[in-house]
Design a protein around this ligand. Structure first.
Ligand SMILES: Cc1cc2nc3c(=O)[nH]c(=O)nc-3n(C[C@H](O)[C@H](O)[C@H](O)COP(=O)(O)OP(=O)(O)OC[C@H]3O[C@@H](n4cnc5c(N)ncnc54)[C@H](O)[C@@H]3O)c2cc1C
Ligand SMILES: C[S@@+](CC[C@H](N)C(=O)[O-])C[C@H]1O[C@@H](n2cnc3c(N)ncnc32)[C@H](O)[C@@H]1O
Length: 800
């Protein structure tokens, strides 16, 4: 990013970023000697970490103001903070929060009660400046929002050209609602109710369902897609689900994509739904709660009714996430809080972004009747009408988009009626795609020789990548883990004691110890932890732990602290592969494909003897390191394939006499160690760049020694006897530069898809690739954002 910006030679460089990105951007600017006339890097600049890291280089970098840095009160606060906490406070929220809490404390003390109304009145009627110090003796600094920027800021020099870069990551802030009059949930943040007092379900029926011409409009359709702004408590969603179930002529499948900046925690959602949902929707509400994802930014695909009802929750600010969706919307439910209270949800820019996703003939409905909303809809091609509003409200708005938006039309143009699909490769990549296509009605031929290449891969781990910079790899692994948990749900067991015979995976969690490079110094380790904690992940996804916590979780002494990831899975890759390929509609063809040829009816695969062995209208190349060669032999142009490499590696089996020393969850860091399955543990894994592709991958004594080195660093206190005769398994990984996979449609080759280069993350990409390719072919909402799709697109440049 900094490279790109530097090339544009701007006078002004502004990034709005959280600490990890602020640090990364500034570091890159420093390394590249990029020194524009004016540089602004809020908000990370306001943290003590920034000054520690950049020392004198921090001078001249602009950031946001907020406090009068050289006032005696601020200096006093900083000194006391250092005394108590051992480091300086940030200049971002620390002082303001402290002052705010002082105001609250004094208002309570003066009101002599905790009664909300009386305390609020006390604050509202207080003299403009509070009398400090407070009775507790603590003197807060004066907060002056109009003050000049703080000490890190310098005067801008003359500036003309401007470059503005926005970082993607924003931690999610969960919602909290209180009961307003007549028990309607009310948001204190937005100052508005979640639904009309006359009833959420009646409102949903009148405004959103009838307002969009439903149920009639979904009749006779295979797929129907609704895009909602503001998922809130999911009451519209549940009302829609009820209407769809109740209609015998409903579409075969219903897809709902709902955008939400402040999702509720599962507990709070459950408590509201208990009160608000009528008895006949209890089952659906419970299913929603059971599938409710961890509160992580990005997309979450939930599947109900054997996949016929799909909900994609898009967690994040609508303005940031709507442009990154891929779907063709047939109906819009516009349900932000009132435009006057929440203008961001109704801005012209957001309505234009929403309209981009319209399918031709898409309709929109909202209870809002503000002129600005109507004008914004009309400006982007909607024909807008008024209708009588709900429960005595004079008007509501309905609209229709006759031509549809560019993105919506593009998604529909890719759609194909399910027919026959040809998948080359039967590893987790091919099997994952075949399973997803079969679930959408495709008859799938999966062609691969009878290969025992992965037979010895006794156990593996699905552990989401974590990264303080929240890189594309981390976002992708997060999405992949969510999709794997959803897709493999029937064969995931909660503990090792469960379903030993049939389970494919066990949700045991991962202790992810800090990687070695973060342990070079206390400062690097602290930075790593601070960076992770700045991401604001919920504890059911990531919790920072010390070595003692790690030992408690693993049931064995662990070398160091790091993070606990409850979503970590222990997986039997062979069983997973078999289970995916057993899906009805999948046919396994045993052959090595030498060449593929395109004809009128699609693609035909020819084996090494030149015999046609399988065929399909669409082709998925999922043969790991062999993918590029097969594409070349078949005259399929795939430039990125030239960069595909095969890297060998091995795992080490830890035999029965060592089982007592093994952990009860996955322990990963530099290498990993897995709990015992069938009396045998696994330590992994090596990267062997010396063995040439085409040779059998060797499991060598040297490789075992390296795995045992990993093991000793992870579990240092266990006594690992020196076995003369270690055993294990060695195999190949297919890798592209940047270690991102290639998943998606191959540009310039209609009906050809690639699913390869899964590197060391085969399990993380398996369900994701299936869901992505299946959504592309069915013209239904994509499970990951467009920028992630581009990052893993097979059409990207090798260096991208
Ligand atoms: C030592 C080691 C440890 C690992 N540990 C983990 C781990 O813990 N967690 C994790 O997520 N990942 C792990 N991986 C990575 C993971 O194994 C891979 O990412 C994954 O196996 C890739 O799956 P794939 O289907 O792309 O490739 P493969 O499993 O190699 O399958 C390729 C398929 O293509 C077929 N094929 C090839 N050429 C042709 C052709 N011409 N015609 C027909 N068929 C063809 C092959 O027969 C095979 O069926 C590990 C890898 C190694 C080597
Ligand atoms: C009226 S409520 C939606 C009620 C919901 N449709 C239901 O059926 O329960 C509005 C929702 O919009 C969300 N919201 C507000 N501003 C947002 C934004 N900028 N981006 C995404 N969601 C936002 C709020 O958090 C809230 O949940």
């Amino acid at each position: 990013m900094v490279n790109e910006v530097r090339k544009a030679a701007p006078d002004v460089f502004i990034t709005f970023s959280y600490p990890p990105d602020t640090i990364a951007v500034t570091e890159q600017a420093r390394l590249q000697s990029f020194n524009p006339k004016l540089m602004y890097t809020g908000v990370g600049t306001a943290f003590a970490l920034f000054k520690q890291r950049f020392a004198d280089n921090a001078d001249g970098v602009l950031s946001l103001g907020g406090v009068t840095a050289d006032s005696a009160a601020v200096q006093d606060y900083i000194a006391r903070h250092r005394e108590v906490v051992g480091q300086e406070p940030d200049r971002w929220a620390s002082l303001v929060t402290y002052a705010g809490l002082q105001v609250l404390q004094q208002a309570i003390e003066q009101a002599g009660t905790l009664d909300r109304a009386q305390v609020s009145a006390r604050i509202a009627t207080a003299p403009p400046s509070w009398s400090f110090p407070s009775p507790s003796g603590r003197r807060p600094p004066r907060v002056d929002h109009a003050a000049r920027p703080d000490a890190l800021c310098a005067r801008p020099r003359e500036a003309r050209r401007c470059a503005i870069v926005c970082a993607m990551f924003e931690p999610l802030v969960p919602a909290h609602a209180i009961a307003a009059d007549s028990a309607v949930p009310f948001s204190p943040v937005y100052g508005d109710v979640y639904h009309a007092a006359a009833g959420a379900f009646a409102q949903a029926e009148h405004v959103f369902i009838a307002g969009n011409g439903l149920p009639e409009r979904w009749r006779g359709r295979a797929d129907f897609t609704v895009l909602e702004t503001g998922f809130g408590l999911g009451l519209n969603f549940l009302a829609l689900w009820r209407a769809w179930r109740a209609d015998p002529a409903r579409s075969e499948r219903l897809h709902v994509v709902s955008v939400e900046a402040h999702p509720f925690t599962r507990d709070e959602l459950a408590s509201w739904l208990r009160d608000l949902v009528p008895g006949e929707l209890r089952v659906q509400a419970d299913a929603l709660l059971a599938a409710w994802p961890p509160l992580l930014p990005g997309l979450h695909s939930l599947s109900f009714e054997q996949g016929r009802m799909r909900l994609t929750l898009a967690f994040g600010k609508a303005a940031a996430i709507v442009p990154r969706l891929s779907l063709a919307a047939d109906a819009y439910f516009l349900d932000g809080f009132a435009p006057a209270r929440n203008p961001e949800m109704w801005s012209d820019a957001l309505i234009a972004a929403l309209a981009e996703h319209a399918a031709p003939g898409a309709t929109a409905a909202t209870w809002a009747s503000a002129g600005q909303v109507r004008r914004a809809l009309a400006a982007v091609g909607f024909a807008v009408r008024k209708r009588p509003g709900f429960a005595g409200k004079r008007d509501m708005t309905v609209a229709e988009h006759p031509v549809g938006g560019a993105c919506g039309r593009r998604v529909l143009a890719q759609r194909r009626t399910p027919g026959r699909a040809l998948v080359v490769g039967a590893g987790v990549a091919g099997a994952g795609v075949a399973h997803a296509l079969a679930a959408r009605g495709w008859a799938v031929d999966v062609v691969a020789p009878d290969d025992a290449a992965h037979a010895g891969h006794a156990a593996a781990a699905l552990t989401p990548t974590i990264d303080p910079g929240d890189s594309v790899r981390a976002r992708l692994a997060r999405a992949g883990a969510g999709l794997a948990h959803g897709t493999w749900r029937p064969v995931i067991a909660p503990t090792l004691a469960d379903a030993g015979e049939t389970a494919v995976a066990w949700r045991l969690g991962t202790v992810q110890v800090a990687p070695r490079r973060q342990l070079r110094s206390d400062e690097a380790y602290a930075r790593w932890r601070e960076g992770l904690s700045a991401l604001g992940f919920p504890a059911d996804w990531l919790r920072l732990i010390d070595a003692a916590d790690a030992a408690e979780l693993a049931g064995q002494p662990v070398g160091r602290g790091g993070a606990w990831l409850p979503a970590g899975l222990l997986v039997r890759p062979g069983r997973l592969q078999r289970w995916l390929l057993e899906a009805p509609g999948v046919r396994r063809v045993r052959a090595r494909v030498a060449r593929l040829a395109a004809g009128d009816a699609g693609w035909t695969a020819y084996d090494e003897a030149g015999r046609a062995c399988a065929g399909g209208e669409v082709l998925v190349l999922a043969c790991a390191g062999g993918t590029a060669d097969l594409a070349r032999a078949s005259d399929i142009a795939w430039p990125l394939g030239d960069a595909l490499q095969a890297v060998a590696g091995q795992i080490t089996y830890l035999p029965e006499d060592l089982v007592a020393g093994l952990p009860r969850c996955v322990v990963a860091g530099d290498g990993y160690v897995l709990p015992a399955l069938d009396g045998r543990g696994v330590a992994g894994s090596t990267y062997d760049h010396a063995t040439q592709p085409g040779m059998p991958a060797p499991a060598s004594a040297e490789g075992h020694a390296r795995n045992l080195e990993h093991l000793r660093a992870l579990l240092p206190q266990a006594a690992w006897p020196a076995h003369a005769d270690w055993r294990g398994w060695a195999g190949w990984r297919a890798v592209l530069p940047g270690r991102l996979p290639a998943i998606g449609a191959l540009p310039g080759a209609a009906g050809v898809f690639v699913a390869t280069a899964y590197a060391s993350r085969g399990l993380s990409h398996c369900a994701l690739a299936g869901a992505l390719i299946a959504s592309h072919l069915s013209g239904t909402p994509a499970p990951i954002e467009a920028d992630l799709q581009a990052a893993i697109g097979p059409g990207r440049a090798a260096g991208a």
